[in-house]
Ligand binder design. Structure first.
Ligand SMILES: C[S@@+](CC[C@H](N)C(=O)[O-])C[C@H]1O[C@@H](n2cnc3c(N)ncnc32)[C@H](O)[C@@H]1O
Length: 306
C-alpha cells in the first residue's frame, strides 16, 4: 500500500530533523541518537527553528498535564514514531503511571529493535523489578507499552485505566488519518475516559496557496493527507473535538507560540537566517490544539504559553 509506506516514512523525516536540530544545539535530547541513525541531509534554519518551537510547545503541555494531575495519570502517544518523551520524563522524574506508544507494526518493530540493543533505553523500561516482555513488534514493561495499531483494542490490552486522567498525544499524525477514523477515536475517548485531554500538533490554514503546495508536494511522494479537511482553520481544528463530545478545545498557531519561546534570543543566534518570511509562512501553517474533558476542574483548559 503506497500511502501507508509513505506515511510511515514521515517518521524517518521527523526523527532525522529532530536529531539534526539537537546536534546543532537547539535543544537537548540524549535519546534521539539512540533511536535514529544520522541522516545525510542538512536542514535549513527555518526548519530547525520550527522543530524547536514544536518540541518546546509539546513538552510544555505534557509537563503541565503531569503537574496538574500530580503524575497520577496516563499518557498515550498515538503515531509516536521514534519519540523520546518517555525517557526524557523519566530523567525529569516526572513520569505518568502508564505510558503507551502506538504506531504501525513496521515502525514499532524498528523501535523495538533499537530499544532491545540499547542498555540505557531498555533499563529505563525495565524499572526496578526488571520485567519486560518484548516481541518482534511490541514491548510491555511495568509502566511502558509500545504497541502496534489498532488503538482501541491495544489500549485495552495495555491495561489502560479509564478512570485515571489520561493525556492523548498526536504529533503530526491525524492529518494522515482518515477523518471518519479520527472522529471514531475522539468519540470513543470522550465517552470512555472520565478525565482526559488531547494534545494535537499538526497543519492548519491548509486551504490557502501555501497549504496547497504542501499537499501537492506530499502527493508526489504518494503521501495523501486523508485528514486534511479538519486542518482548514483553527476553528475546524477545535470543532472536531467539540463535535465528538469533548467539553472544550483551544489552540494557538505556531507563529503565536514562537513569540512565547523563553529563549528566542539564544535560538535565533544558533544559525543565521535570511528567509524570515519563509519561517513566518511555515509557522502559520502549523498549530497546537488541546481539548479537555475535565469534570473535576483540574485546569486542563489552561495550556497558555507565557
Ligand atoms: C510525521 S510522523 C510523527 C512521528 C512522531 N509523532 C513525531 O512527531 O516525531 C507520523 C507518525 O504517525 C504514524 N501513523 C500515521 N497513521 C497511523 C495510524 N493509522 N496508526 C498508527 N500510526 C500511524 C506514522 O507511522 C508515523 O510514525
Amino acid at each position: 500500500m503506497a500511502n501507508e509506506d509513505a506515511v510511515r516514512a514521515t517518521n524517518d523525516d521527523a526523527a532525522q530533523c529532530k536529531r539534526f536540530a539537537v546536534e546543532r544545539g537547539y535543544w537537548e535530547d540524549p535519546f534521539i541518537s539512540l533511536l535514529t541513525t544520522k541522516g545525510h541531509a542538512s536542514h535549513a534554519p527555518e526548519i530547525n527553528r520550527g522543530y524547536y518551537a514544536r518540541v518546546w510547545a509539546m513538552r510544555s503541555c505534557i509537563q503541565r498535564f503531569l503537574k496538574l494531575t500530580n503524575c497520577n495519570c496516563q499518557i498515550v502517544n498515538f503515531g509516536a514514531g521514534f519519540d523520546t518523551t518517555y525517557w526524557l520524563l523519566k530523567d525529569l522524574k516526572l513520569s505518568p503511571k502508564t505510558y503507551v506508544e502506538v504506531d504501525f507494526s513496521m515502525v514499532t518493530a524498528r523501535k523495538c529493535h533499537q530499544i532491545r540493543r540499547n542498555e540505557l533505553l531498555l533499563k529505563t523500561i525495565a524499572g526496578e523489578d526488571g520485567e519486560v516482555k518484548i516481541s518482534k513488534t511490541e514491548i510491555h514493561g511495568t509502566d511502558y507499552h509500545l504497541v502496534a495499531a489498532e488503538v482501541k483494542r491495544k489500549l485495552t490490552e495495555s491495561s489502560i485505566d479509564t478512570s485515571l486522567p489520561t493525556l492523548f498525544v498526536t504529533e503530526c499524525v491525524l492529518v494522515y488519518v482518515d477523518t471518519e477514523h479520527t472522529n471514531n477515536i475522539l468519540k470513543w475517548i470522550a465517552e470512555s475516559f472520565s478525565v482526559s485531554m488531547f494534545l494535537n500538533y499538526e497543519q492548519v490554514n491548509m486551504s490557502d496557496r501555501f497549504g496547497q503546495v504542501m499537499i501537492d508536494n506530499l502527493k508526489t511522494r504518494d503521501c495523501i493527507l486523508s485528514g486534511v479537511q479538519d486542518c482548514q482553520s483553527m476553528e475546524s481544528q477545535k470543532q472536531r473535538f467539540t463535535n465528538q463530545g469533548w467539553q472544550g478545545a483551544d489552540g494557538m498557531d505556531m507563529s503565536q507560540i514562537y513569540k512565547c519561546l523563553p529563549d528566542l534570543h539564544r535560538i535565533e543566534h544558533i544559525e543565521f537566517m535570511d528567509e524570515k518570511e519563509l519561517l513566518d509562512q511555515l509557522l502559520s501553517h502549523y498549530c497546537i490544539v488541546w481539548a479537555w474533558k475535565d469534570p473535576d476542574d483540574l485546569g486542563l483548559y489552561d495550556m497558555t504559553f507565557t
